[in-house]
Ligand binder design. Structure first.
Ligand code: ZN
Ligand code: ZN
Length: 731
């Protein structure tokens, strides 16, 4: 009798046996529908067998094989097993992450189906649209954008960035025959300028490694032309009949990237895959990858799970970016999984960045990865910006901005150039203080201060979403003199508007870009030169190319230096090198002013010399001395429950169980005492954690597998817990 062992998306770390009726054609990798205790579930067949430990009479049959999807290939099953084993996640949940949404997806995901790009104006559209657009400046503007777009085509990500109302209009245009699906028309500047000598050397090294596992770090400052190297390597791989997989951290922030890929690979089939797609589009593209129709799959970490029968190259752009780590459901690192997949498939993998993760640099030092350097900016006349450190306090400061920064902004306004003031804090000010009794507005559900949002006249908690009216008087003593303490983006925006009344200012943070398409609209305005000063959070640090931006001011950088999180300085360093890279990219000299009270800190010294390797070397020394990654491996058990005693009791028991296991298994693993999380209470839940460390990967892996089972067997029904292997930070 045929038995199919099926992995299902449930919390249990187990597979389930089903009877496989021979007529269904079930194979290993088949996506099947089954019942588990009356629930209908979709799972993946991970093994076939003749026997089962379940009594024959109790075996249920596989209901059906999902006809829409081909069986998952062996390499994806192996990747899934790796993730399940390494990250201690149930195999069925991992496999569920790899599948596209099926036909019966919720209605909410079906909208916007018809508007997959790229789209071009038809001759009829050119003729018939203009008279109809006179009364609508917004549509007229959109029409103009189309006419002037490279190749007469708007790409999918550009279309997706439009507000929903406009997209509805475009669907009508499509039906009227004014728009038509277009192949990516070759850009007049296709491929961009010739590769310089460094770029050629890098591309040649990657191409020469074809057909074997070869990990490369492609390290180059912002603007040094890493993308051109990826694309040259991808073009060669595709010309040889293979597929390329290109991962980016956040696809909605990088539509220019898509356009460059399309332009550099004319006539090739490029599909984008990310969570923002409607279910049907995502499924069709997944199939285009799986059937080998797509030459390039470009997307976020979930694209790393696309089946690629002819895979020849993997690229991970901005490999240091923390958004490659999935923080819930299945906690895996998209970059590390991509490297694992490249190994399984024996293909080269390129990790591109200006600011490599310390883990990646360690692999370079050990000789496991080959480093390719791009030391120069690709555009000949684009030089690195001038850097200056300015005091953060003491001298006359205008709402957080010192004299030097203000003078620099004024000079840019006079020359018609753009400035960016960067602060990694949204809202008006991060706390509200009573000057008379010392009361501070705190969140009732979290151990955190409430942030003043002056435009909405509210106090908000950035951890749980709690909101309340902005207090007019102190609830403790009645004093009406309440002081907003510290600076956020809203406060800077207001201060700049007061100081430079004629300047056009745009604020870019999660609040100002909540509406769909809002961020794209601001970016357009900046490109068009309609904005003089941008105030924003890290959203602005990534991947944008603003030709007239020549000044970047950085405020609040010192906050990360006090952080208890061991990765905070590395992350701040990556961010500052990115932000600095925004200034002066197209011929105009750039200037970066960082306000700090610690000008001697290695981070700022490295920044002054534009030398990330200097900073990395200093950070490496610290980590080596402290026995932290990349010189050891960590895992974090996190737990939360409504009562503090429940969490503490659970974690103490988990630690005890861990200490016993360590002794019994004789593993070189340290199990630390439970501590409260940095944010000890969130949304009414008390939070804590236990850290585990080892110098040996294999020892930690053996320990975690046993420990997870021991923890699962502990009493404590109201506790929610999770294991985070290679955590990005401490919770
Ligand atoms: Zn008071
Ligand atoms: Zn809260």
């Amino acid at each position: 009798m045929g038995i199919a062992r099926v992995a299902l998306p449930v919390a249990a770390h187990a597979e389930f046996d089903y009877w496989a009726p021979s007529g269904l054609g079930i194979a290993v990798g088949s996506v099947v529908r089954v019942h588990l205790a009356r629930r209908a579930l979709v799972g993946v067949v991970v093994a076939l067998s003749d026997t089962s430990e379940v009594e024959t009479a109790r075996l249920q049959p596989v209901t059906e094989v999902v006809a829409e999807l081909p069986p998952l290939p062996d390499d994806l099953l192996a990747v899934a097993r790796f993730i399940a084993g390494y990250y201690q996640e149930p195999l069925g949940q991992v496999l569920a992450q790899m599948l596209p949404p099926l036909e019966n997806a919720p209605v909410s995901q079906r909208r916007a189906e018809a508007l997959a790009g790229p789209l071009a104006l038809t001759a009829a559209g050119m003729r018939e649209l203009p008279p109809r657009l006179r009364r609508s400046p917004r549509l007229a503007e959109l029409f103009d954008r189309w006419r002037t777009a490279a190749g007469g085509v708007l790409t999918e990500l550009e279309l997706q960035a439009l507000p929903p109302r406009l997209r509805t209009t475009l669907r009508a245009w499509l039906q009227a025959g004014w728009l038509e699906p277009a192949a990516a028309a070759p850009d007049p500047a296709a491929g961009g300028p010739e590769l310089n000598a460094d770029q050629q050397r890098a591309a040649a090294a990657i191409i020469a490694a074809g057909g074997r596992f070869a990990p490369f770090l492609l390290q180059g400052v912002t603007g040094s032309g890493k993308t051109a190297v990826y694309l040259a390597a991808a073009a060669a791989v595709i010309a040889g009949g293979a597929q390329a997989l290109v991962l980016v951290p956040e696809i909605n922030l990088t539509p220019q990237f898509e356009r460059r890929v399309l332009a550099a690979l004319p006539g090739r089939r490029v599909v984008t895959l990310h969570s923002g797609l409607a279910a049907g589009a995502r499924r069709r593209r997944w199939l285009a990858a799986a059937t080998g129709v797509a030459d390039v799959v470009l997307g976020t970490r979930l694209a790393g799970f696309a089946p690629l029968p002819r895979l020849g190259l993997i690229v991970v752009d901005e490999e240091h970016d923390p958004s490659y780590k999935q923080q819930d459901v299945v906690r895996y690192h998209g970059r590390d999984v991509a490297i694992w997949r490249a190994r399984l498939r024996a293909v080269p993998v390129v990790l591109g960045t200006a600011t490599p993760a310390l883990e990646t640099l360690r692999h370079v030092q050990d000789g496991r990865y080959v480093r390719l350097n791009l030391p120069q900016r690709a555009v000949a006349d684009a030089r690195l910006p001038m850097l200056a450190l300015a005091p953060d306090r003491g001298e006359a400061v205008y709402d957080g901005m010192g004299a030097r920064l203000l003078a620099a902004i004024e000079a840019r306004l006079a020359r018609g150039e753009q400035s960016l003031v960067f602060i990694n804090r949204r809202g008006y000010s991060p706390s509200l203080l009573c000057a008379s009794c010392g009361w501070q507005a705190g969140c009732p559900r979290c151990s955190a201060r409430l942030v003043v949002h002056r435009d909405a006249f509210e106090l908000r908690c950035h951890h749980c979403g709690h909101r309340e009216r902005l207090a007019r008087a102190c609830p403790q003593c009645g004093n009406v003199d309440l002081l907003p303490m510290g600076h956020g983006t809203q406060r800077l925006e207001r201060a700049l508007a007061e100081r430079f009344p004629s300047a056009r200012i745009a604020r870019v943070d999660r609040d100002s870009t909540r509406r769909e398409g809002a961020f794209a609209a601001i970016r357009e305005q900046v490109h068009a030169g309609d904005i003089d000063i941008m105030v924003g959070t890290q959203m602005l640090a990534k991947g944008h190319d603003f030709p007239r931006l020549t000044l970047v001011g950085v405020l609040g950088a010192d906050n990360a230096l006090y952080s208890a999180d061991f990765r905070a300085t590395e992350r701040l360093g990556a961010l500052l090198f990115q932000v600095a890279g925004r200034a002066g990219r197209a011929g105009l000299p750039g200037e970066v002013i960082v306000q700090t009270s610690f000008p001697e800190h290695p981070l700022f010294r490295a920044l002054l010399h534009h030398d990330y390797d200097d900073l990395a070397a200093a950070l490496m020394d610290e980590r080596r001395v402290a026995g932290l990654p990349p010189f050891s491996r960590l895992a974090l058990l996190t737990a939360e429950a409504p009562q503090r005693e429940t969490v503490d009791g659970f974690l103490a028991a988990a630690q005890q169980a861990g200490l016993l296991l360590r002794r019994d298994l004789r593993l070189a693993v340290e199990v630390f005492s439970p501590v409260a999380a940095a944010l000890a209470r969130r949304a009414g839940q008390e939070r804590g954690q236990v850290l585990v460390r080892s110098d040996e990967r294999a020892a930690l892996q053996r320990f975690l597998a046993a420990w997870r089972e021991a923890i699962a067997a502990l009493p404590g029904r109201r506790v929610r817990w999770a294991l985070d292997v290679d955590p990005m930070g401490f919770a």
